[in-house]
Structure formats: C-alpha cells, structure tokens
Design a protein. Sequence first.
Length: 103
Amino acid sequence: MGGFLAIKDKKLKQYNLGYLGISEDIAFPLYRNFYFGLNLGFYIKSKQDSRVGSAFSFGEKAFLGIRWGWGNLELFVRHFSNGGLKTPNVGYNFAGLAMGWLY
C-alpha cells in the first residue's frame, strides 16, 4: 500500500511526502529457490514536486530473489513517473535490497 516520509529539519521539510497506492507483484520461479518478478501499480501523492508534475503517478518494479525456510531476499529496480500525463516527468529511479520473513 502506501507510505509516509516525514523529515523534521526545517531545511529538509520540503521533501516530506505522503502517498497512497495499489500495486501487484507477479513472481515467476527460476532454478531451485530463485525467482524473478515484475510489479505495476498506481499512486496518489500528497503534493507535486519538481520531478513529477502531478499527484498521480505509476510505479514499476523488476526484482530477482531467493527464498529459504523463514523468508526471502530480493534485489530490485523501481521507477516512478506520471507516464507523460503532465510535465515535468523526469521520474524517480531506485535500486535496492529487500528482505522479508514469514511469521
């Protein structure tokens, strides 16, 4: 779903951003415990910014992961933009590592 980033420093407060979204992961098995997947979603942000000129944006993610008994580890790349609906539309690109566990 969504998230919220809050920075209390007055100089950095302009970067505070709330968002709400819906997305879906589709994972495909590879060799043994390895898998890869894709994600597509849409999001509403609390405000526009200098990189994405609309509150509405799309998000895409590609990931490669491994499962083991109690969890998983994923390497991913993610992109957010408004799909050219409004300028500016520079977008955001991220790479990261995610870990999950079963409980």
